[in-house]
Design a protein around this ligand. Structure first.
Ligand code: ADP
Ligand code: ASP
Ligand code: MG
Length: 408
């Protein structure tokens, strides 16, 4: 039995008309000789609506109960879509995460998949041609509902494809594939025909939300080829796959940006051993991810420490830093939420120097001040004022020759 996993995002299932287009993609999957597992997101805007509802009820929503609420968005989608398939005479049933089960850890709101029982799905596929699976959701070993983090339906799909031994996974969204940068902010963005897992990982982790980062981790680990395509066109899309030599010849292959950033500075931290552990230990205990870190040179035995986090973690981080500052004797905790980061990514950077210098020169020419910098083997990231993000993306896109024509 050939099993094809197709995932459809929020815009694709937002309206009856759009769902009818999704139905045609599923029909096409069947016509290619497959049984189809269609993984659906909540309808566009629904997850935000449900999260807002939880916030209205509680100043600090219980994470486990929040997952019970927010996972219903996907439940509605699969019920509606399965009705549509059945009305068209197709053999289909809906499946929720706990019914499979997709077992996760108990890190509610951003749980990780531990295992998928493919037996239930295989049996169901003996009976039905299409299984419509709710994305984004799983359950703990003791049966509590979890969700996989924002954008997590991509991860549900790739994990199901690997558990079912599918030859590939198709991710249908509202753009025609993975572009050199977000096509919604840069009209000169070009669609890539192929992208290496590692580049896609960096693009996703630096803010390109076209694929959930954990879906790319899964795809890379289990070597699942992923096609990113549009529900609304027949373009072949982008293949996310293993690196090949031709990919290395491109210096920078994409520009990503992330506005979900906040910067925190601890002033006058005593410059003695153990300070970094005292500052970052309590944050990691609370599961707060710290991204860029800069420590200034010491003056009079004191230094400033600056780091970035996601904006949703700011209030909790500030509470923790106030306590830490009192214990270690730092003089002040400052923060700034008007910042954003922009990254240039490319496996070709491994073998070339000077990428950072070119990026800095281009931004300087436009008068954009760089607040922080971090680099890895295949990426350079800068933190700037949020108001310059779109300009910076366009400048870097042009500087590294990614524009498909002049004028972004
Ligand atoms: P879905 O609801 O289908 O999961 P998302 O909104 O999560 O869709 O992801 C698709 C969006 O990702 C696009 O509409 C686009 O604005 C954004 N995006 C950001 N960076 C890129 C990129 N490099 N290539 C394509 N899309 C991108
Ligand atoms: N519905 C969830 C979200 O909006 C998961 C997803 O769409 O992938 O984040
Ligand atoms: Mg998404």
């Amino acid at each position: 039995m050939k099993i094809l996993v197709q995932k459809f995002g929020g815009t694709s299932v937002a309206t009856l008309e759009n769902m009818k287009m999704v139905r045609e993609k599923v029909r096409d999957g069947l016509n290619r000789g497959n049984k189809v597992v269609a993984v659906l997101s909540a309808r566009a805007g629904e997850t935000n609506h449900l999260l807002a509802l939880a916030d209205e009820w509680s100043p600090a929503p219980d994470r486990a109960e929040s997952d019970v609420i927010v996972s219903t968005g996907e439940q509605v989608s699969v019920g509606l879509f399965t009705m549509l398939l059945k009305d068209a005479g197709l053999s289909a049933r809906s499946v929720l995460g706990w019914q499979i089960p997709i077992t996760t850890d108990d890190d509610f709101c951003c749980a990780r998949i531990l295992s998928i029982n493919s037996e239930m799905l295989r049996k169901a596929l003996d009976e039905y041609d299409v299984l419509v699976v709710a994305g984004f959701q799983g359950c703990t070993v003791d049966g509590r509902v979890t969700t996989l983090g924002r954008g997590g339906s991509d991860t549900s799909a790739v994990a199901l494809a690997s558990a079912l031994g599918s030859a590939e996974c198709e991710i249908y969204t509202d753009v025609e594939g993975v572009f050199t940068t977000d096509p919604n902010i840069c009209s000169a963005a070009r669609k890539m025909n192929r992208i290496a897992y590692d580049e896609m990982l960096e693009l996703a982790s630096m803010g390109a939300k076209v694929l959930h980062i954990r879906s790319v981790e899964f795809a890379k680990k289990y070597r699942v080829p992923v096609y990113v395509r549009s529900t609304f066109s027949d373009d072949p899309g982008t293949l996310v796959t293993q690196e090949d030599l031709s990919m290395e010849s491109v210096l920078v292959s994409g520009i990503a940006y992330d506005k979900d950033q906040a910067r925190v500075t601890l002033r006058n931290v005593p410059d003695v051993p153990g300070m970094a552990a005292s500052v970052f230990g309590p944050l990691s205990e609370k599961g707060i991810l710290v991204d860029m870190i800069v420590q200034n040179t010491s003056q009079d035995g004191h230094t400033d420490m600056t780091f970035t986090i996601s904006r949703k973690d700011l209030a909790q981080t500030l509470r923790i830093m106030d306590e830490v500052a009192a214990v270690i004797g730092a003089s002040e905790v400052l923060h700034d939420v008007s910042v954003a980061k922009v990254s240039a990514i490319g496996v070709g950077m491994r073998n070339h120097s000077g990428v950072a210098a070119r990026a800095f020169a281009a931004l300087t020419q436009e008068g954009i001040n760089i607040l922080m910098i971090s680099t890895s083997e295949i990426k350079i990231t800068i933190l700037i004022q949020e108001k310059y993000v779109e300009l910076a993306v366009r400048i870097l896109h042009d500087t590294f020759g990614l524009d498909w024509d002049l004028g972004c």
